[in-house]
Ligand binder design. Sequence first.
Ligand code: TXA
Ligand code: MG
Length: 329
Amino acid sequence: ETQTILVDRNVNKEETYTQAVEILKNGGVVAFPTETVYGLGADATNGEAVSRIFEAKGRPADNPLIVHVDSKESALHYVQNVSDKALHCMDAFWPGALTLILKASPGTFAGNVTADLDTVGIRVPDHPVALNLLKRVGIPIAAPSANISGKPSPTLAEHVFHDMDGIIPLILDGGATEIGLESTVLDMTSEPPVILRPGKISKQQLEAEIGTVHLSTEIKNNAPKAPGMKYIHYAPEAPVYLIEDKPALILKAIEHVQRSGKKVAVLSKESYPQADFHFALSGEALYDSLRKCDLMKVDLVLAVVPLNPEKGDALMNRLEKAADHKWFS
Ligand code: TXA
Ligand code: MG
């Protein structure tokens, strides 16, 4: 009963968006593609509409949502005390995979969008389908990733359909998302600004524009400032173990798991034909690979990580969460 509309990203036709706009304006939810992952959108000014997102995902209410707008100019209607650094980030990275945490203008967003914080996460997505939709609907759209809470984020409309069939009325299918990992979340209410969630836009790229930026993981004793980061995320049914990129170690691990009669999947750049399954490992492929582990009813997942991953690497961050920091040894 969930309808999927195929959308050509290169054609901006009124009728393609009519239904989605109508649903959103009437307080319903619609899934749509962005350049990072698919989002589950609703009117960010309508508390009832937003509560439908939380219901559909089974998402804890203390985890605030990211608001999507069509331009910097629109964003500036909804936030205040915007620093020069924040304006610079908007000019340098929007539209793009950077969410800025800013002081929300009071009375703008429904309380459940921000989990009653006085700040809001806001971004302009760099995807023609998302931008066409945002421009046509003309209201800020709250949109978390369009997966069931705790499951890998959707990078294909099929992933959304798998999780949301019968739960939401409409999916706009714009094909595979390009980046495949969620946006970088940068808290502009701290000085220096703090990366709360690493993404494709790196610390180095941000520092080249606005100077020193901290990684939240480098700060000792900090309460989880991006509330969502404390929950287990991106996990398939089977336990995921991180493993060092040493072929002999990996072959031993495969054998060890198979000896107990279990089906093992290896996620890595190089292929391991000894494993029951091999799936690609990259930012673009991670979530699809984790979902394939579920489809194939794998018993255990080995995720091969580089020997010296950089601090704040987005792929490594998601792998650590999927594995709940467990290492195979
Ligand atoms: O790439 C993305 O950001 C995708 C696409 C759909 O745009 N969206 C996404 O939304 O990943 P979501 O809701 O799954 O993740 C929101 C993250 C969470 O870690 C949340 O805690 C944090 O942003 N966040 C949102 N508002 C915040 C706020 N006011 N203060 C601190 N963290 C906030
Ligand atoms: Mg999410």
